[in-house]
Design a protein around this ligand. Structure first.
Ligand code: FE
Length: 130
């Protein structure tokens, strides 16, 4: 079974694992713009040693292209752990990251996030170019 069939897809407003992609709907050709991806934008995801978001990857697929391009990948590595044990350090990362990119071609952004308990989740957003 292709791994795509194990990747959860839902509305990020109602499912806390789905990455929310924030960027302009339409961008200017060849000009940098920011893409912010967040897991837990509307409904907070637990952020503990036992249960947390490990990483988010962002891809861009130009319309009509054969392959996708990786734009960025963010690792979240502090989840309260310390030599004293789980959830003792008071240091936690929040699963959000911003990348800047540019393109001359319209296409679709794809974000994939991984929860250490609940696996892979994805979302997408179309970008038009003017
Ligand atoms: Fe989870």
């Amino acid at each position: 079974m292709p791994i795509g069939e194990h990747v959860g897809k839902a509305d990020w407003k109602t499912e806390k694992h789905v990455p929310a992609i924030d960027c302009p709907d339409k961008v200017k050709a060849d000009q940098m713009f920011d893409v912010k991806v967040t897991v837990g934008k509307e409904i907070a995801h637990p952020n503990t040693t036992a249960h947390h978001i490990r990483w988010i990857a962002l891809y861009f697929h130009p319309d009509g292209a054969k392959f996708s391009f990786q734009i960025a990948r963010a690792e979240f590595a502090a989840h309260g752990e310390s030599p004293e044990g789980a959830d003792t350090s008071t240091i936690y990362t929040h699963s959000t990251a911003t990348a800047a990119m540019k393109t001359k071609r319209a296409g679709t952004l794809h974000a994939v996030a991984f929860c250490n308990i609940h696996g892979l989740w994805e979302s997408e957003k179309k970008i038009a170019v003017e």
